[in-house]
Design a protein around this ligand. Sequence first.
Ligand code: NDP
Ligand code: 8X3
Length: 251
Amino acid sequence: MSTTKTILITGATSGIGKATAELLAREGARLILTGRRIERLEALKKELPTETLILKMDVRDRESTLTALRSLPEAWQDIDVLVNNAGGALGLAMADTAEWSDWQTMIETNVLGLLTLTREILPGMKARGTGHIVNISSIAGTYHYPGANVYGACKAFVTYFSHAMRADLLGSPVRVTNIEPGMTETEFSEVRFHGDQQRAGAVYQGLAPLTAHDIAESIRWALAQPPHVNINRIEVMPVMQAPAGVAVHRT
Ligand code: NDP
Ligand code: 8X3
């Protein structure tokens, strides 16, 4: 990867976003790291061996997100790579009992937040004739499981939108990659279960889940391809997880 690439990663305060920042920093990229927990970004910036700019950003807040992006110093405005990673699940309740606020937050973060960043940054990439957008979707966007209703639908949106952008961008050198991880041990489950660490820990017991670094490595590989190659999608699961068919209820 060229050492001159400027890469913006949303949700770099933990998990996949943080691991991606750490990996790409070692490759020499200049990083713009965003998230709500600015103190974590400040600590991460100190550890990274590369030029790094941090931005406090809540992707649900479109106005302040746009203001932050438009206030970037001139030398940081030409973003070569956007990693739309900020997101997550809230709750695992069935559709008849799920919390409305959880649904709303998931849509605002995983769908609208990703659209805000993309719509703002993509025109510059297209005008400059260079760029790569990496969207972090999920296997939940392809394979249903009970309680993933709106989370899975958000990720199905991300997967569809990634492929639709490829169609829109045909004829432009701008690339789009959709990453679809399975179970990855991060703060994901702690967030999903509203801070219940015991319930979150149980998700990863008795199996070897993916690590955030595993997914960062997929992102790094997709970015490292020569300019004529577009990796459309990467679906990754732990060996100990598999799509296991259609369920039947018997009386
Ligand atoms: P983490 O909870 O560890 O990280 C989530 C990141 O998203 C944090 O940096 C968080 O930052 C950021 N974020 C959440 N909400 C907002 C917001 N409103 N504004 C800005 N940033 C936000 O989970 P993961 O690393 O696992 O999740 C990263 C992505 O990977 C998500 O899109 C998730 O859906 C996806 N994914 C995860 C899988 C897994 O099993 N872990 C599998 C498949 C996909 P902060 O709270 O500081 O704002
Ligand atoms: C997270 C992956 O399998 O927990 O998107 O839904 S899974």
